[in-house]
Design a protein around this ligand. Structure first.
Ligand code: ATP
Ligand code: MG
Length: 779
């Protein structure tokens, strides 16, 4: 019988199978990337639900009949779909789906886990809790939070809410925001929560230090305020659940009895609070299985402690037989990719050494591509993807990984121009970000004084004490008088319905009208700088600490877009720029296929895999990031991140770097990433962009020593020797596209130096494409 059961898991290697069948007691699976850790979790759950009873607790509960086993076999093989029979069998299985709690790290990973479980178990899997730490805790708290003095309708505060709360506390306590930026305080509070430190403990440990005492005081008020508002922040989810379990043994007992089997994926990234939570829940039955990889620990900055994994054996062997299973065979990647990963991570000091190997062969070499600029890097990625599509690949075989969100901008633009559908995972598309929308709204209002919709968006952003009622009144008068709202704001003191708020409105009207004048003379990038200053938007972001700085970086990245627009357009203008941008913001209509290229940060790629992976921006100061180069420990964490990224690739890996990169609105020349230098030479092949392709870069020595305007002028001058022949397209023209084949032109619109053509392709649906960009020919 044992053999018959194990057959279902015959794909598993010996070590994996051992893990699949070890259901009772603590279990640590410690293994490298792609060795099947998550696969084991899924199979282990399947085993528990189908056979856990039969195999593990035969004596106590009885076993399924041969007939049932045959049915299960057919069900797994897809020969039958009769879920009702399945339900009968599950009904007398001892491990109920709802007694299983599987925790992973990101929403995306939890989603995939659920999908894989549904694929393997169908309806039988319903009721398994597969969740992130936060969502698992939120679920418990909704039911139990009255014991902690909350009502079950509590609100979950996002970081914006938290920040506003801290600000109001600072105001009440008379503490200066300059000395104690809310964002800094919040990250201190968050850190304290990772360590399960209550405000009083925090204050006690401050040992009289003024700064820490002050933060402790704010922390204490913050918790009080949240409670009064019946609200919890993200970290509270976990801390409050721990508190609940510690203070109410009967509640803990209830959940211990409910979740008898607990599994945690990506255990290397748990922090102290999460560790405590898992320990409490599993204390009674000890059925805790954690899987992880010390080489993939990438959240130290959020309090993750690798000790959790390294000390697992000591922590859990108290009264049960702990097992540690190591997996060495990698099933994901080719040997060339693995050699790169192995060699790279061997440069780290503090690690339990291990080497990944695969039986699947060397595969293609890893391609290192040198581009001249961030745009040609993006173009290389886009062209490679289109060639793959031509060979029968799908878009979603491809993933683009970068270190920082702002890097997505150049890629997004190129994808849009090439008609490549894409999706950003774990983040917003560049033009969907709040700060980008705000700034574009400002520019739109300056460009068109009658754009009331956009005015509404920014009139009180940053806060200027202009409320909804005032804006409504303004809109009414605007439409009654047929005058521009900006002009009306400037005259607010003479208009009865606005007089009360004229102090707030008039400066905004004056400012917008002044900016309008400036927009006639200033280059776009300088206009943007002025706008950021005059509106107070920049100051507003600077007060928000790290998050504000990230937003500011995104806005600077918008400057890169402006510069390349000015460089390309014949007669650059604000309205021309906004028109071009409207193409990018319209991107969702571009392609409704579910098949798309995915873009994400390396952090959010953890646990995922793709046939073809591009790691872009492989330059020192980008990756490894400039900040991480300051300390060896941080560089090591960055190297683990590189290891994570490299091991996402199944078949083909590209590492790209640019000689010169415009990011955040400034141009830099960075050295090739030290991580590329650490790769074994015989596993990589080097390619470089033919310099012919961008003649304007020749003789271009030190771009960063020039001002942005000088650079633009130079690039533009160089470019005029390299003008493009623009073919004209009219609706009804038949055209041929290298990749998408033949189609009929629906519309065409000149834009910058190119033409935006909408084409109904015979076999690929309707797409909007830049004509010169991908070389469309009339036939
Ligand atoms: P990571 O550390 O990146 O999270 P992992 O250890 O969780 O990786 P999985 O995602 O479970 O690895 O597996 C990697 C790939 O290997 C998956 O495509 C999976 O289907 C495949 N795989 C796992 N085990 C086997 C096996 N025994 N035989 C064939 N393929 C396997
Ligand atoms: Mg995994």
């Amino acid at each position: 019988k044992r053999k018959a059961l194990e057959k279902y898991f015959s794909r598993m290697n010996d070590q994996q199978r051992k893990a699949v069948f070890k259901i009772k007691g603590p279990l640590l699976i410690l293994a490298g990337a792609g060795s099947g850790k998550t696969t084991v979790l899924v199979n282990r759950i399947a085993n528990m639900i189908y056979f856990g009873n039969a195999y593990n607790t035969e004596q106590t509960y009885g076993t399924p009949s041969e007939q049932d086993i045959q049915f299960l076999k057919d069900y797994i093989d897809g020969k039958t779909n009769d879920a009702s029979t399945l339900a009968d069998i599950v009904a007398y299985d001892c491990i109920k789906p709802w007694s299983i709690l599987a925790i992973t790290f990101t929403n995306k990973a939890a989603g995939e886990l659920k999908e894989r479980l549904a694929g393997m178990l169908g309806e039988a899997g319903q009721g398994i809790t597969a969740a992130t730490f936060h969502s698992a805790c939120a679920r418990i708290l909704r039911r139990e939070c009255d014991k902690l003095g909350f009502s079950s309708s509590f609100t979950i505060y996002d970081s914006d809410d938290s920040q506003r709360t801290v600000k109001s506390i600072l105001r009440e306590l008379g503490i200066s925001e300059k000395m104690f930026p809310p964002r800094t305080i919040l990250s201190e509070i968050s850190h304290a929560k990772d360590l399960l430190q209550e405000p009083d403990e925090y204050i006690a440990s401050a040992a009289g230090d003024y700064r820490n005492l002050t933060i402790g005081k704010v922390y204490k008020h913050y918790q009080k305020k949240l409670k009064a508002a019946n609200a919890m922040d993200f970290d509270d989810m976990i801390c409050h659940t721990v508190k609940l379990f510690e203070q109410f043994p009967d509640v803990l007992d209830h959940y211990q009895n409910l979740y008898k089997y607990i599994m945690v994926d990506e255990y290397q990234d748990t922090n102290k609070a999460q560790f405590r939570l898992v320990s409490l829940l599993s204390q009674k039955y000890n059925n805790l299985c954690v899987v992880g990889d010390d080489d993939q620990s990438i959240y130290k900055f959020r309090g993750a402690t690798i000790e959790n994994i390294l000390n697992f054996e000591e922590q859990f062997d108290c009264n049960a037989d702990t097992d540690v299973i190591k997996l060495e065979q990698n099933y994901r990647s080719t040997q060339n990719i693995l050699n790169c990963a192995n060699q790279l991570i061997s440069n780290n000091q503090g690690r339990k050494g291990k080497n990944l190997w695969t039986a699947s062969g060397d595969g293609e070499k890893v391609t290192v591509y040198k581009a001249s600029s961030e745009r040609s890097e993006a173009k290389f990625v886009a062209d490679t993807i289109l060639e793959d599509i031509n060979k029968g690949r799908k878009y979603n075989d491809h993933a683009i990984l970068y270190r920082m969100n702002a890097q997505s901008n150049a890629l997004e633009q190129t994808f849009i121009q090439s008609g490549i559908p894409y999706k950003i995972i774990g983040g917003l598309k560049f033009y969907d970000r709040k700060e980008i929308k705000d700034i574009l709204a400002y520019l739109s209002v300056i460009n068109n004084h009658f754009d009331f919709l956009r005015l509404r968006r920014i009139i009180n952003e940053p806060k200027r004490g202009i409320g909804e009622a005032t804006v409504n009144a303004l809109e009414q008068i605007t439409s009654d008088l047929g005058d521009s709202p900006i002009h009306i704001m400037q005259e607010a003191d003479m208009l009865a319905p606005l007089v009360k708020r004229s102090k707030q409105l008039m400066p905004v009207g004056d400012m917008l009208s002044e900016l309008t004048e400036l927009s006639d003379t200033l280059p776009l990038a300088e206009l943007l700088d002025k706008l950021l200053d005059m509106t107070g938007y920049k100051r507003h972001l600077e007060m928000q600490g790290d998050e504000g700085l990230t937003r500011l970086e995104n806005i600077n990245e918008l400057k890169s877009t402006m510069s390349s627009y000015e460089e390309n357009a014949d007669e650059p203008s604000l309205s021309g720029f906004l028109e071009e941008i409207s193409l990018y913001t319209d991107v969702d209509n571009l392609d409704s296929d579910a098949d798309y290229v995915v873009l994400m940060t390396m952090h959010s790629a953890k646990g995922l895999e793709f046939p073809i992976v591009f790691m872009v921006g492989m330059e020192d100061n980008i990756f490894p990031s400039s900040r991480s180069l300051e300390s060896e420990a941080d560089t090591e964490e960055e190297r683990r991140l590189a290891y994570v990224a490299v091991t996402r690739a199944k078949e083909k890996l590209y590492l790209t770097h640019a000689e010169e990169r415009m990011l955040y609105g400034r141009t830099d020349r960075n050295r090739i990433s030290r991580f590329i230098k650490e790769l074994p030479a015989d596993c990589i092949e080097k390619q470089a962009e033919e310099t012919k392709a961008s003649p304007y870069l020749n003789g271009y020595e030190k771009p960063h020593s020039m001002s942005l305007q000088q650079q633009l002028a130079q690039r533009k001058a160089d470019k005029s020797n390299f003008s493009v022949n623009t073919e004209t397209f009219a609706p009804g023209d038949r055209v041929l596209h290298k990749i998408f084949g033949e189609g009929t032109v629906l519309s065409s619109k000149p834009m910058a130096n190119d033409t935006l053509v909408e084409i109904a392709f015979d076999n690929r649906g309707t797409k909007k494409i830049m004509a010169n960009y991908t070389k469309i020919k009339k036939i």
